[in-house]
Design a protein around this ligand. Sequence first.
Ligand SMILES: Nc1nc2c(ncn2[C@@H]2O[C@H](COP(=O)(O)OP(=O)(O)OP(=O)(O)O)[C@@H](O)[C@H]2O)c(=O)[nH]1
Ligand SMILES: [Mg+2]
Length: 711
Amino acid sequence: MKVFQTNEIRNIALIGGAKSGKTTLAEAMLFEGGVISRRGSVEDKNTVSDYRPIELERQNSVSASILYTLFDNKKINIIDTPGFDDFCGEVISALRVADTAVMVINSQNGVEVGTEITWRYSTRAEKPVIFAINHLDQEHANFEDTFRQMKQQFGKNVALMQYPVNAGSGFNAIIDLLKMKMFKFPQGGGKPEITDIPASEKSKAEEMYTTLVEELASKDESLMEIFFDKGTLSEEQMQTALKTGLISRTIFPVLCTCAKQDMGVARLLEFIAGNVPAPDEIPGVKTKDGKALNCKVTDPASAFIFKTSVEQHLGEISYFKVYAGEITEALDMINPNRQSKERVSQIFIVNGKNREKVEKLVAGDIGATIKLKNSYTNNTLNSPKNADDIIEPTVFPDPKFRTAVKARSTADDEKISSILNELAKMDPTLMMGYSRELKQMILQGQGELHLNLAKWHVETLEKIPIEYYAPRIPYRETITKPAKSMYRHKKQSGGSGQFGEVHMMIQPYREGMADQNDFPIRGRDVIELEWGGKLQMNNCIVGGAIDARFLPAILKGVMEKMEEGPLTGSYARDIVFNVYDGKMHPVDSNEISFKLAGRNAFKEAFKNAGPKILEPIYDVEVIVPEDKMGEVMTDLQGRRAVIMGMDSEGNYQKILAKVPLAELNRYSTALSSLTSGRATYGMKFAEYAQVPGDIQDKLLKAYEEQEKDEE
Ligand SMILES: Nc1nc2c(ncn2[C@@H]2O[C@H](COP(=O)(O)OP(=O)(O)OP(=O)(O)O)[C@@H](O)[C@H]2O)c(=O)[nH]1
Ligand SMILES: [Mg+2]
């Protein structure tokens, strides 16, 4: 394979709702580029992109596939992404390294939630976007409706480059406004006959052509002058305007395809090869110290790993984009993120699971390498010359679905923990960890489908049965009013005795609060609790009632109760305890005595201080189609949500609410069934708040039961 120079490379990501036809389009693109000689299909389970066992089983993509095709002397790298939002990490990584997004839309459904979501990702990534309106051969294809919704949702810069003559069953012709020609496809698709526009379409096409030329001329002052002077633009001038408009995201070209029958795909490739920016024509990436890497081949080598996966019979494969210089095989590089050396032994260009060894990849190109020792997604690889440059990592969304996980047989717990940790290393949106607080292995991801995929991996590929079950809620405990207590710990039954008596007054801790003035404070300790909140110990001892050397032991005892709160065994927070009196025994007083006395005095006081359970509250943002607003609102209110605001976003409504975590278990699944998958949401931890009385009672009872069972 020849070495393609930066200006001969185009990097696109296929994004869009599930089943919009991205994988089928990628297949047709490879065919039109002559990279494959026969087109496979998702139904026949033989596309280049959907090659993973789970994709063959489910007939949809679950992981991004890196592909390439060739067209008009260009190498077009294609990243085919999954449409289900559970796999959004794959889309976000792909959009980070692609230079242009190709948004595929199913003309039967118009703008779907998946379209809306991936549009948002492409906007956040500030990438140029081309639209491909697909499925035009389907009976219920509705081009006009789809285009109208796109204008409404994505704004006036959405501009038609083509329109279908006869969308629906029997579809076979497209009017191309840039060429002012008709592309007529043979039955079953393939190479079109390019003809003049038939009389029946002439006036419509000319009207749309004028609109398009005006639109393009408005992108550039000099073109505007030419347009006013000549009343039109040449195809080259239109291409210049297109590139300017694409890069500045002031024009979003719309093309037409039927990927299944390979109609309009070659023209789309021609459009991409001729109009989208090359890697060095758009802003590249920044390093942590603000240096810009814009795919200059003359700069010292730098590459960014945007995806890592484990391939059967091969091990780890790392996909990277070259952001500066050249990467050649057997190159010694530095990973500044992990301060480690890496030898890039072999480099490949890939098409799904097929790899082709190459000698060199230049700035802007995308490739893969294998068996790196200690480098993962979001890591940079540099030549020794610029060893320290760290490319800003891709930011992934917070998890929105969590589950507790255990192996069917406890003997396998350790094994599944390391397998799931390995999976999490590969997928930045998957988080795996053992919660010391909840005493559970917790797996977090973007949705139920996402976590089921991990379960499938462990059970089918690693052959270890596992169980997902409800994760506990990380409640907190605190107090709402002052309370006093006195506790005497006494054990004097022969041998070394124990004696310690502690009098304490506890009160709620508030930032900037005034000191109590019941007892003089001789010393204080404010502890930042690792689980959030504060604990303050005030030494109010007078007359040496308790020797200062026993205060750390009292604190230790109190901390034990803070770690395992008196109400439900959850962490306690935001409490001040004043030790104001006590008694010692000249012989039997020791650390353990005062630890236990402190611990129990605290426990006693706690119960009389208006103790409250706090629950984690999350800020939730739900994006929902207008027609489903009512159901989603009712459901949220049933989850003790406090609606904080509403906003509209195109055809969608955005609901902002504060919702207890305890009410969000499996919310993504519930929301999906409420809205037939047409809504999405995000959640972020906000604060802790008191649980309502009835819930506190339930939790107390449940804890009592649990304690009894453990006796
Ligand atoms: N009739 C028709 N069917 C199509 C067309 N494009 C794709 N399909 C079919 O639509 C289904 C979904 O196609 P995919 O290519 O898997 O869609 P996708 O966007 O990759 O889906 P995800 O991977 O789930 O995001 C498959 O059954 C395809 O054969 C088209 O233009 N016309
Ligand atoms: Mg797919």
